[in-house]
Design a protein around this ligand. Structure first.
Ligand code: 3UK
Length: 548
């Protein structure tokens, strides 16, 4: 539907109406709710103006830290403004144009994202590890007009075949290296840029899902959505403060990282540490070095860090006050290992690219064993039964969520699968208890059905992770003539353990002691590593297709 003629479009600052023209039709949108006072945004809103034009006393505070040094809020704003001038001046972009962004987590990548949004364009961030074919799909789908790409990631972009359109190649700038064109152009621009006065519901970000199968889906987010995610989870669950120092691993091109490592710190005048290529080892060292107070990463990272913190015992992690786990389920065993190693109660939170950030979570003494938590204030959630009706406590069904943000795919028929009766359906099987806590069971498509029993892989994984020899594991259903499927565990052992049939039998017995025996893994495969996405998610489909 072309909405360019309705009243909200008239208020749009976009002269290029691509985003508005490719939003799903209104009847396929989820219901949007703005139930809290802090979620009442004015009709004109540029989220980057809001985030960077804070009180004057912010100017000399540290905004971004990296290995080479740090930028104050004033310094960050100046860079953002110079880049915005480059985009609207020499590059000749107009409001509503899409700019593909490519870079690791570093201050220039952050400044580029913010600049694109501040000047009324639409950021299309891409993760560093994406290959030429994936980049081509994203560029084509969002009909990009320009590219800002880190020099270090140039090769894969130039490998896109057939090449990006001539007009886009002419508007491609490299940054972050010796004598890079973006930095050269920036130096010649004015140091201050007036934010484009966008509508609160102008699209500012198209984030592609890290989905493991099929064509990538672009999720469209408004200026208002960016403010809303800053004003929900960080405010009520994380309780971020100006003296916080945020650190972590998720790419800025993944909304988990964009929020946790850039938007949330800026919203409260805090500092963000941006580091590239972190490993569990180097993240531990960086927490100590930068005196980080808030850490965002995936469960598998926390598990490995817990092991190291205990073994090495060396790192001083006393600065940490909150650690946030998201991207996939946090096994209770990992929560406990982390608590033993650090004394910290993990903040688990489920988020989704479609909803921009975390919508169910709990912190501190609100944490309940095995549960993700409760809907973050501003969001509502329920579990839908077979008939699509909200189910009561104790029923496993489809998780449904609504709040100030929600799914709007860029021209994608799968919009109909994600939204039902105004609810966002995340594709997760969840169960609620009588007190309104939500318990993750599995991805709906990953539920294992063996001899008529429904078995959730993560429950078996949690049991295995409690065994002292197990470093990591992934449990899937393997096709089986007799039972339909059998439970199969792929196990990575700790360095001091060796694979053997005896150990496999021990692990099976160990699982049977903890959970209903029919859930035990009939097949155990010892592997060196598990296949994961750049966002830390286990790629179960790869486990299923390996060595059938
Ligand atoms: C799974 C979880 C159990 C779940 C994300 C925080 O992961 C994010 O976005 P994606 O679009 O994936 C969404 C799906 O990932 N998941 C995420 N967190 C949890 N499952 N417990 C969790 N704590 O299947 C969900 O549907 O890649 C996470 C913030 C922003 C994000 N985009």
């Amino acid at each position: 539907m072309n909405q360019a003629t309705d009243s909200s479009a008239r208020a749009s600052a976009h002269t290029d109406h691509f985003a508005r023209d490719h939003l799903p039709p209104a009847d396929l949108w989820p219901e949007l709710r703005f139930d809290l006072p802090e979620l009442q945004y004015p009709p004109r809103l540029n989220c980057v103006r809001e985030l960077l034009n804070g009180a004057a006393d912010l100017e000399q505070r540290t905004a971004i830290v990296c290995e080479q040094g740090s930028w104050t809020y004033a310094g960050l704003r100046e860079r953002v403004d110079r880049i915005a001038h480059v985009l609207r001046g020499p590059m000749g972009l107009e409001a509503g144009n899409r700019v593909l962004l490519r870079g690791a987590n570093n201050p220039m990548m952050a400044a580029c994202i913010l600049a694109v949004i501040k000047c009324g364009c639409i950021a299309v961030p891409t993760m560093p590890l994406l290959r030429a074919r994936e980049l081509a799909a994203i560029a084509g789908k969002s009909e990009i007009n320009a590219v800002l790409c880190a020099e270090a990631l140039r090769a894969e972009l130039e490998a896109v075949d057939p090449p990006l359109p001539q007009a886009v190649r002419e508007r491609t700038l490299w940054f972050g290296g010796q004598d890079c064109p973006l930095e050269a152009l920036m130096a010649a621009q004015p140091a201050s840029f007036e934010a484009v006065d966008t509508a609160a519901d102008d699209v500012c970000l198209i984030s592609f899902t890290s989905g493991t199968t099929g064509v990538p889906k672009g999720t469209m987010h408004f200026h208002r959505d960016v403010m809303a995610v800053c004003d929900c989870f960080p405010r009520s669950v994380l309780r971020s403060r100006a003296d916080d120092v945020f650190i972590g691993t998720p790419p800025l091109a993944f909304t988990f990282g964009l929020g946790g490592l850039l938007l949330f710190p800026l919203r409260v005048g805090a500092a963000a540490v941006l580091l590239e290529k972190l490993t569990p080892e180097t993240l531990l060292a960086a927490i100590e070095k930068y005196r980080a107070t808030v850490c965002f990463t995936a469960p598998t990272f926390y598990r490995q860090m817990a092991q190291m913190a205990q073994v090495a015992g060396g790192h001083d992690l006393a600065s940490l006050r909150a650690t946030v786990s998201a991207g996939e389920a946090l096994p209770a065993a990992t929560r406990e290992a982390w608590r033993r190693a650090t004394g910290l109660e993990m903040i688990d939170g489920i988020g989704a690219t479609e909803l921009l950030h975390i919508f169910i979570s709990a912190a501190g003494d609100q944490v309940r064993r095995g549960a993700t938590g409760k809907p973050v204030p501003g969001y509502q959630a329920c579990v839908l039964d077979h008939d699509g009706k909200p189910a009561g406590p104790g029923v496993i069904g489809r998780l449904a969520v609504k709040g100030p943000t929600g799914c709007r795919y860029l021209a994608d028929a799968r919009q109909r699968d994600y939204v039902l009766d105004g609810w966002n359906l995340t594709g997760d099987a969840y169960e609620m208890d009588a007190d309104g806590y939500f318990y993750y069971r599995s991805r709906i498509d990953d539920m294992i059905i063996s001899a008529g029993y429904n078995i959730a892989g993560p429950e078996v994984e949690d049991a295995l992770l409690r065994h002292p020899a197990v470093a990591e594991c992934g449990v899937i259903g393997r096709a089986d003539e007799e039972r339909g499927q059998i439970v199969e565990a792929h196990v990575v052992l700790k360095p001091d353990a060796a694979p053997s049939p005896q150990l496999a039998a021990q692990l099976q017995e160990f699982v049977k002691q903890q959970i209903a025996p029919y859930k035990y893994p009939r097949s155990i495969r010892f592997v060196k590593a598990l296949p994961r996405t750049e966002t830390g998610k286990l790629q179960r489909f790869k486990l299923r297709s390996e060595n059938p």
